[in-house]
Design a protein around this ligand. Structure first.
Ligand SMILES: [Ca+2]
Ligand SMILES: [Ca+2]
Ligand SMILES: [Ca+2]
Length: 181
């Protein structure tokens, strides 16, 4: 019974991988093919920045994704909150106007655009939920799901299978690619 379950689990895993490949959705293979040098530089930087003593683990990759997104979210929210002149958690069009008067000509247009994009229900006010949504959109624009999938998939280059990716393993994977080409 246990063996049947195991065989079933394996079959399901391969079926899932097959479906994944048919989508053309192997972000790692695509990135390696497109620009191997750039991918290697990116991954080696990531290993250096977020890797532990053994290398870059799945947890380290998630930390990197979360930090990148949080930084983008924070700067988007900071821009919006800077316009909340009375600090009540909403930005009225009147507050936008005062903020725009204090800004450079170039910034005025950008503020207008950001305000319009964030005002989802088009009532001329940004409420807390709209600002949070804008922050989340900025976070995903900084590091989208495709990029996150690529970074997560990079653990497949973990040559010794210890769950941690090292710079040596990244370079070895690219060297293998060179030999195959
Ligand atoms: Ca306000
Ligand atoms: Ca609104
Ligand atoms: Ca390893």
């Amino acid at each position: 019974m246990v063996r049947i379950m195991a065989a079933l689990a394996l079959a399901m895993l391969f079926a899932a991988q097959g479906a994944f490949a048919e989508d053309g959705g192997d972000p790692l293979a695509e990135a390696m093919e497109r620009n191997p040098e750039r991918l290697a530089a990116r991954l080696v930087d990531l290993v250096a920045g977020f890797g532990g003593p053994a290398g870059l683990t799945a947890a380290g990759i998630e930390e990197h994704i979360a930090l990148e997104r949080a930084a983008a979210r924070a700067s988007a929210l900071r821009r919006l909150w800077a316009m909340d002149l009375d600090g009540d958690g909403t930005v009225l069009r009147a507050e936008l106007s005062v903020s725009q008067r204090a800004a450079s000509a170039r910034a005025r247009g950008r503020m207008e655009r950001q305000f319009a994009a964030a005002d989802l229900n088009r009532d001329g006010t940004l409420d807390g939920a709209e600002m949070a949504a804008e922050g989340q959109a900025a976070a995903l624009a900084a590091l989208d799901e495709g990029e996150a999938a690529l970074l997560r998939a990079s653990l497949r280059l973990d040559g010794d299978g210890d769950g941690a990716l090292t710079a040596v393993e990244v370079r070895a994977a690219l060297a293998r690619l060179d030999q195959e080409a």
